[in-house]
Design a protein. Structure first.
Length: 718
């Protein structure tokens, strides 16, 4: 039992990747690193200086980090403690080497390294006492995975008179001394060029003919792009090194501080030497701002590109996006109604058919105008909203699910609305009434809002940032695009002559077209399950039973007494309305609980999005794939099934160490709305890829994904 408990403790320590502390002596070991505290003396003298160092022996294929770790990693630190207050220098860093893993470039050490410091012993140290030194050393050791580790090392020195002090030769400290970068008096020139800087090294400073490799290691991250190859050019004047700008590029007269490591061939050996340089940037007159070029490498804080779109371009994009919206899966259920409508109306005159198309278009435009007005009112009240926002309300989802189910029942022939109230929508498909066509346009708008078609994103992003009049115009243009295909079909006489003649087959066709409506209702019930859990599903299914009962009761009492019919209809209507409003409070409260449960769920290949998690990953320079989705967005679900959940995509994410973050906008989420706004979007889906490297520029992917699109983006980032 004793050994079992200790084994559990050890496994938990490895599982949670906590820094591991090792015992205190002048030596300590972890599974990857052997550490030793070394010294240049065996005794110390009060007020004199000695050299101490932490010698690390690292197992093959693992490494620790330099003072600038590079695109990821953590710098090694030493916390010194002495029995008497003493002065200690910063670490005297030996020249580093670089490690590349995909697009990530890190700076550090492999095999062995000694990190020396200078210690001036306390002047009040008494002869004969023991001068105690303690070093608490923290490092991150990495291969493909990284492990933070900590050891505590101690050394004790007797304090002696100066005549008794003896220095010793320590091979580790000698090696560290030979690897210290040298100060130079070179006359260097650093000039700004497009997207970067050029460092000119005079021919007299280095033996150009013997140089095999050069690499500049900046002390500060972000001044140059560390993950991009440094281009070396040799000419008659010397060597020119070209660097790409980093996230925090140099400005005029800024110094580029760091170590230039030059590998020279000496016989059969390759000798690495380091040179401390700090040239200041000069800017050519032809490039007045090149040294301070803004590299927007984080999610954009504003939408200057969207803001510059212009009203004409926005109207055109909205029109095209509306046309494409007809092809999106959200609108498919209504396409069946419109298709049947064309067949049904084929027996009427061209003028009558054209008016059906016009009235349908008016229904779409009126709905989009209403939606625009609602958005304006909500924005005026300070709400953060976007395209499809109404589907974030469980009550609205229930209402649309009921509507789809009721339309399906009507198409199946369970009930038929009399011609006197045709405008309520029951005769959408089989009656020529204008009210039916108008309502079909309303229905098309309702089911279109969960989807965002290509070209719509920019137009909607622009619209939501504009005054009320321009917002309404853009929404009307979008509505016109949605209605345009059907309007053109109704105005095309040649098509009418090719349509089949009405007959008995139409009744069967109408019944077949009921099933897309049932499928839409099933989808909406699933959406509600994401918002409000199993109890919400029970509520909506119970409501559908009541709707079916109401439909049967209505149709079966059509030819009985008016009084009984009115009583039955009023009773059923009151019951349905009461069910909606009684359940509303429960659904709103359950939505937040379900939302939190979804965020805390564990998934094999994605994590729940949070601003803090994204910020952490980007700060570490790790690649991130960001997916903003919603359960009510059918195109989002199709993309996830067709592209993002495919084995080859999941494997590519894992191979490239890409963290897949999914932001769920099914319920209201102000943080996600804010990010969508920053990217110029008013709704989902939004797919953003951040390549590896601190400050890497984000890339937006198309709204319709395939595995090849995702894999190609991952490949191009290398």
């Amino acid at each position: 039992m004793f050994y079992s408990n200790w084994l559990k403790v050890l496994c938990l320590a490895l599982l949670f990747n906590v820094p591991t502390a090792w015992g205190a002596s002048h030596q300590a070991s972890t599974p990857q690193v052997q550490a030793e505290l070394v010294s240049s003396a065996q005794q110390v003298v009060a007020g004199e200086t000695i050299t101490l160092g932490v010698h690390l022996k690292i197992i093959p294929h693992w490494h620790t980090y330099w003072q600038n770790p590079g695109d990821s990693g953590i710098v090694t630190t030493i916390d010194w403690q002495f029995s008497r207050p003493s002065e200690v220098s910063e670490i005297l860093w030996p020249i580093p080497t670089r490690f590349k893993l995909g697009p990530i470039v890190n700076y550090g050490y492999e095999n062995t390294v000694t990190l020396p410091v200078k210690v001036k012993v306390a002047a009040d140290a008494k002869i004969g006492e023991i001068f105690k030194t303690t070093a608490v050393v923290d490092w991150l050791v990495c291969k493909e995975e990284c492990i933070p580790q900590q050891v505590t090392l101690t050394l004790d020195f007797p304090v002696v008179a100066a005549i008794y002090q003896q220095s010793i030769n320590n091979p580790s400290l000698d090696e560290a001394s030979s690897q210290q970068p040298q100060n130079t008096a070179w006359k260097l020139k650093l000039e700004a060029v497009k997207d970067g800087v050029e460092l000119h090294i005079p021919h007299t400073s280095l033996p150009v003919e013997a140089i095999q490799d050069t690499w500049f290691y900046p002390y500060q991250w972000g001044k140059i792009a560390q993950s991009i190859d440094q281009i070396k050019t040799v000419n008659a004047d010397g060597i020119k090194l070209t660097f790409k700008n980093g996230d925090d590029p140099l400005k005029a007269n800024d110094a580029l501080d760091g170590v230039l490591v030059v590998k020279e061939k000496r016989g059969n050996n390759l000798i690495a030497r380091g040179y401390v340089i700090h040239p200041k940037l000069t800017v050519a007159s032809s490039l007045p701002n090149s040294s301070a070029v803004d590299a927007t490498l984080t999610p954009p804080a504003s939408n200057s590109g969207i803001a510059d779109l212009g009203i004409v371009s926005a109207l055109l994009l909205a029109l095209i996006g509306g046309v494409i919206l007809n092809l999106m899966p959200c609108v498919f259920p209504v396409l069946s109604i419109k298709a049947l409508s064309l067949v049904t109306h084929s027996q009427y005159s061209q003028r009558e058919i054209l008016w059906q198309g016009i009235v349908y278009t008016l229904g779409v435009l009126a709905s989009f105008a209403f939606l625009a007005g609602l958005l304006i009112a909500l924005k005026a009240g300070g709400a953060q909203i976007g395209w499809g926002f109404q589907f974030q309300s469980p009550l609205f989802v229930i209402a649309v699910a009921y509507l789809m189910f009721a339309v399906g029942l009507s198409l199946s022939g369970v009930f038929t609305i009399g011609s006197s109230i045709a405008g309520l929508g029951g005769t959408l498909a089989d009656k020529p009434g204008y009210a039916g066509s108008f309502f079909t346009g309303v229905l098309a708008t309702i089911v279109a809002t969960p989807c965002t078609a290509p070209f719509m994103a920019a137009a909607l992003g622009y619209a939501l940032a504009q005054p009320a009049l321009q917002l309404i115009l853009i929404f009307l243009s979008l509505g016109l695009g949605l209605a345009l295909p059907y309007l053109l079909l109704t105005a095309w006489p040649a098509l009418h002559r090719k349509l089949p003649r009405p007959g008995v087959w139409m009744e069967r066709t109408k019944q077949v077209f009921a099933f897309p409506m049932y499928l839409a209702a099933v989808w909406l019930v699933w959406v509600l399950a994401q918002q409000s859990g199993a109890n919400g599903v029970a509520i909506v299914l119970g409501g559908m039973v009541l709707i079916a009962f109401a439909a049967w009761l209505y149709d079966s009492t059509r030819y009985v007494g008016i009084k009984a019919q009115i009583i039955a209809n009023i009773g059923v209507a009151a019951l349905l309305i009461s069910t909606l409003f009684i359940s509303y409070n429960y659904l709103e409260n359950a939505a937040e609980t379900t939302k939190n449960a979804v965020k805390s769920s564990v998934n094999k290949h994605w994590e729940a999005y949070s601003p803090e998690r994204l910020e952490q990953l980007l700060a570490e320079g790790k690649p991130v794939f960001l997916n903003f989705t919603a359960a009510w967005c059918i195109s989002c679900l199709v993309n996830e099934r067709v592209a993002l959940s495919q084995p080859e995509v999941i494997a590519a994410f894992k191979k490239n160490s890409v963290t897949y973050l999914k932001g769920d906008w099914t319920n209201k989420d102000a943080q996600i709305t804010d990010v969508l706004t920053k990217f110029g979007r008013s709704g989902v889906p939004l797919y953003v890829f951040y390549p590896a490297g601190k400050g890497a520029k984000s890339v937006e992917l198309p709204q319709i994904l395939t595995p090849s699109i995702v894999l190609s983006q991952l490949q191009s980032s290398h």
